[in-house]
Design a protein around this ligand. Structure first.
Ligand code: NI
Length: 167
C-alpha cells in the first residue's frame, strides 16, 4: 500500500469530471486500498479518487468513531434527496478551512462494490453529508464553490499563503 499525494484547492485538476469505472480488477482494489490508507493517515473521513488525481468514479469513506467501518463506493449515483441539513464541512483538499454548506438531510444512493456488484443504501446524518461531498468531487466540484465569490477569493489567498509558508 502507499500514501497518495492529495491535490489542493484551487488545483484545476479538482475540476475534472471523473469517468465511470468499467473494469473491476486488482488495480481498482489496490487504488481503493491506497486511498483508504491516505484518508486514514490524513486523517479524514472521506476521499474521492479525483483528490488523488485519478479521474474515475470511486470514493472511500469511514464515518465511524473508531475508524473501523471502511466503505467503498464505485460509480455512486444519488437516486433521491430529502430534507435539508446545514452544517460545517472541511476537506482534505482545502486544509484548515471549515465552512457552512447546505445539503440534503437524507439520500438514496446506488453504487457498486469493488467486484462490480450493485447495491443501494439510504443514508442520513454524517454519512449522507460525506457522500454528497465526495460525489461532488467526482463531478469536479469542491465544497467551497458553494460559498460566495468573496469567500472563495479569501480562501484561495489563505491557502496560497499556507503553501508559501510550507515551501
Ligand atoms: Ni473533500
Amino acid at each position: 500500500m502507499a500514501l497518495l499525494p492529495i491535490l489542493r484547492y484551487p488545483d484545476p485538476r479538482l475540476s475534472i469530471v471523473a469517468k465511470p469505472v468499467e473494469t473491476f480488477d486488482e488495480e481498482l482494489a489496490r487504488l481503493a486500498a491506497d486511498m483508504a490508507e491516505t484518508m486514514y493517515a490524513a486523517p479524514g473521513i472521506g476521499l474521492a479518487a479525483t483528490q488523488v488525481n485519478v479521474h474515475r468514479r470511486l470514493l472511500v469513506l469511514d464515518v465511524s468513531e473508531d475508524k473501523s467501518a471502511l466503505q467503498v463506493f464505485v460509480n455512486p449515483e444519488i437516486l433521491g434527496r430529502e430534507g435539508e441539513h446545514v452544517g460545517e464541512e472541511g476537506c482534505l483538499s482545502v486544509p484548515g478551512i471549515y465552512e457552512t454548506v447546505r445539503r440534503a438531510a437524507r439520500i438514496r444512493v446506488r453504487a457498486q462494490d469493488l467486484r462490480g456488484n450493485p447495491f443501494e443504501i439510504e443514508a442520513e446524518g454524517l454519512l449522507a453529508i460525506c457522500l454528497q461531498h465526495e460525489i461532488d468531487h467526482l463531478d469536479g466540484k469542491v465544497f467551497v464553490e458553494y460559498l460566495s465569490r468573496l469567500k472563495q477569493t479569501r480562501i484561495k489567498a489563505k491557502l496560497a499563503k499556507q503553501a508559501r509558508l510550507a515551501a
